[in-house]
Ligand binder design. Structure first.
Ligand code: ACM
Length: 668
């Protein structure tokens, strides 16, 4: 087969792979429900699909239901006859009847359970609360598929409830400001996979992102003009709440506070002046707990935030106080000694207690990163574990409610499988059943040093859908291959909510090629991954807030689907599969052409220059594969070729190196 034809046929294979994944009898449900029985009794969707709500008046559920109809129309191209859904609408013989008993107040104890029965004769959805109906509607939309030239809801009997009550996504809006539209589309994505807490990281060294009417200098001087007005905050909260999602704001104190002390240098522990931080890392500016004026300030600040935010919980950060300003401040050192506080941690606990008392006054429950953990703090706070499982275990053991984020740092670009296998309450923890109950759940954390509104969706999705399954589904649901089969179709469906994880990749590639065709670059982008963990920060460039986040590593998805496909094919080949033996030699063939195409395009597109070595590496790997398949043995230079490709190019590496080593039987 000649190469361009191979590329096209490969794309067709991938596309039909997705469609076929939708055609298998096992539906692409994620999170996988508690109990699923597939009956084969499918419901065929026509324009006469109708939907009745039976329960107390719930505007948010009426609205959710209207969006459900719109999504269904959008997927099917059908001009549905029904226009409105509410308990007041009289629908004769509805296809879908959703029955619920109550309107759930949004809280950590809200009931999200539901049962769903899909039959050829009709669909029944039952829930205790209107939120349960929302969760069930998302499951129904995941039962949507096509068979025999018709759209159907797969026949099934489902009974479902979440394993954990706290299933969150944190979005850092300080390092890079994320406009309301970005938050809204991601909140829709959260609802689609049954997440229920939007943790809004609003302040950090690089920006103070919420309007503060009591102390306007905070947002005026601390944000470069990029902050959420009160009206916008209310809009986001209303949007999330209408989808059964709570909003927990975070104001990170006493460290990570450069953007606060830009306008209030007197609250820092060392003299100013201060500027908004442009770099990434841990910085010295730290609030001075010894300054009593600080508590007068916070009393007013939290009073205003209580008016603005409606959740019971508020997050006060508390992480990464490097103590440098405290160590160099004699007044603070004397205070520690005079009050028998032992050290900086003792002082931070003293500070946290003062803040916690203020929060109680304003009817907030305090949450903080695991550095705040100290037995002197009251037991009704929530400890957010990010540094390791042992902090989760310690907190739960000491009787604190706790939420896990260690293992769910999606900014680090690890594969979905890595996060998926992290359990918020693994058997390895030494906890009694009562102590285990202190684990409320987990949160994926979208730190924003290296992302912008353009790339955030591709860092959150689809991997967060796998994490959402970990938080919702039974502990035993942990088959990685099965997760990946469902993840791709779920990811594609997220696009209907306006998520841009695929669309923006194309847009960003067009920018890099300066408007020239992106076919060649697209193949390369599909096989490369950004380097993992914090390693991007250690490459030649030093990233700051205004650096370009438009380069190769930003365009590449954290996880290459092609890389996984290649790995599967190698596994099949090694187990003697004849189809894989035919397929494998062709998988990389197209890469032999790419360096020449990109080199030519680079004349008009200088951003391509740093990418060319990656294309050269892939060409060398393609030739290596070709030669190996021909000779059935690795050539002498094989190791060097792979090692060369392992060195990051523009902060990326090919996602096939381990598979190549396995195939060529090379050990490192
Ligand atoms: C954190 O990642 N510093 C909570």
């Amino acid at each position: 087969m000649n190469r361009p034809i191979y590329i096209i046929s490969l794309l067709i294979c991938i596309a039909t792979g997705y469609l076929m994944a939708e055609n298998t009898t096992k539906p692409n449900l994620m999170p996988w429900p508690r109990s699923v029985t597939l009956t084969g009794n499918n419901y065929t969707i026509t324009k006469d699909f109708s939907f009745a709500l039976k329960g107390p008046a719930s505007q948010r559920l009426n609205d959710y239901s209207a969006r459900f109809l719109r999504r269904l129309a959008g997927r099917t191209g059908l001009f549905l006859v029904q226009k409105y859904v509410s308990p007041d609408s009289v629908i004769a013989n509805p296809v879908l009847t959703a029955t619920y008993d109550s309107i759930a107040p949004l809280s950590i104890s809200m009931n999200e359970s539901y049962t769903l029965s899909v039959k050829a004769s009709g669909i029944q959805l039952h829930a205790v609360s209107d939120i349960g109906i929302m969760r069930g509607l998302e499951t129904l939309l995941q039962l949507f598929t096509a068979v025999n030239k018709e759209f159907i809801f797969t026949g099934a009997e489902i009974s479902d409830f979440p394993r954990f009550t706290w299933r969150g996504l944190m979005i850092d809006c300080s390092r890079h400001f994320m406009p309301v539209s970005v938050l809204k589309r991601n909140i829709d994505g959260m609802a689609a996979v049954k997440l229920n807490v939007f943790h809004w990281h609003l302040t950090d060294d690089q920006g103070f992102r919420v309007e503060c009417k009591s102390f306007p200098a905070l947002h005026e001087k601390g944000s470069d003009g990029n902050y959420f007005t009160h009206e916008q905050v209310r809009e986001v909260i209303a949007y999330a709440n209408a989808r059964g999602i709570r909003v927990v704001p975070e104001f990170d104190i006493p460290g990570h506070t450069t953007s606060w002390v830009v306008s209030f240098p007197e609250f820092a522990s060392a003299p100013g002046p201060y500027q908004i931080e442009r770099k990434w890392g841990v910085f010295n500016p730290t609030l001075n707990p010894v300054n009593e004026d600080l508590y007068v300030f916070f009393d007013k600040f939290f009073a205003e935030m209580r008016e603005l935010f409606n959740d019971a919980y508020i997050h006060i950060g508390g992480d990464e106080n490097n103590g440098k300003q405290w160590n160099n401040n004699q007044q603070i050192k004397d205070f520690i000694t005079a009050n028998n506080l032992k050290d900086n941690h003792g002082l931070q606990t003293w500070f946290s207690k003062r803040i916690q008392q203020l929060l109680v006054k304003h009817n907030f429950i305090m949450m903080g990163w695991d550095e705040i953990l100290h037995p002197d703090l009251p037991k009704n706070i929530v400890v957010h574990s990010w540094r390791g499982m042992k902090y989760l275990e310690n907190a739960a053991k000491q009787g604190y409610m706790t939420v896990l984020s260690n293992g769910y740092y999606i900014d680090l670009c690890y594969h979905a499988s890595t996060h998926y296998l992290v359990d918020p309450a693994p058997d390895s923890l030494n906890l009694s059943p009562a102590e285990q109950k202190n684990i409320l759940g987990g949160e994926a954390t979208m730190w924003a040093e290296l992302i912008t509104p353009e790339t955030i969706d591709s860092r959150i999705w689809p991997r967060t859908a796998a994490i959402a399954e970990r938080f919702w589904s039974a502990k035993e649901i942990r088959d990685v291959n099965d997760m990946y089969k469902r993840l791709l179709p779920v990811s594609l469906r997220l696009e209907e909510l306006g998520l841009l994880h695929y669309a923006n990749r194309d847009m960003m590639m067009r920018r890099v090629t300066n408007g020239q065709p992106t076919d060649a670059l697209s193949l390369l982008v599909g096989i490369l991954e950004p380097i993992k963990g914090y390693t991007r920060h250690h490459e030649k460039q030093s990233f700051i807030t205004i650096s370009p986040y438009t380069r190769l590593a930003d365009i590449c998805a954290p996880e290459s689907d092609f890389g996984r496909e290649f790995a599967y094919t190698v596994e099949k080949y090694l187990s003697g599969n004849l189809q894989a033996a035919a397929e494998l030699p062709r998988m990389l063939a197209a890469f032999e052409e790419i360096p020449d195409i990109l080199a030519l395009q680079a004349e008009q597109a200088p951003m391509l220059n740093e990418i060319l070595p990656a294309a050269d590496n892939m060409k060398a790997l393609a030739k290596l594969l070709h030669q190996f398949m021909h000779d059935k043995k690795a050539p002498a230079e094989a190791k060097d070729i792979i090692e060369k490709a392992r060195k990051p190019v523009a902060e990326t590496t090919p996602a096939i190196l381990e598979s190549m080593e396995k195939l060529l039987n090379l050990t490192r």
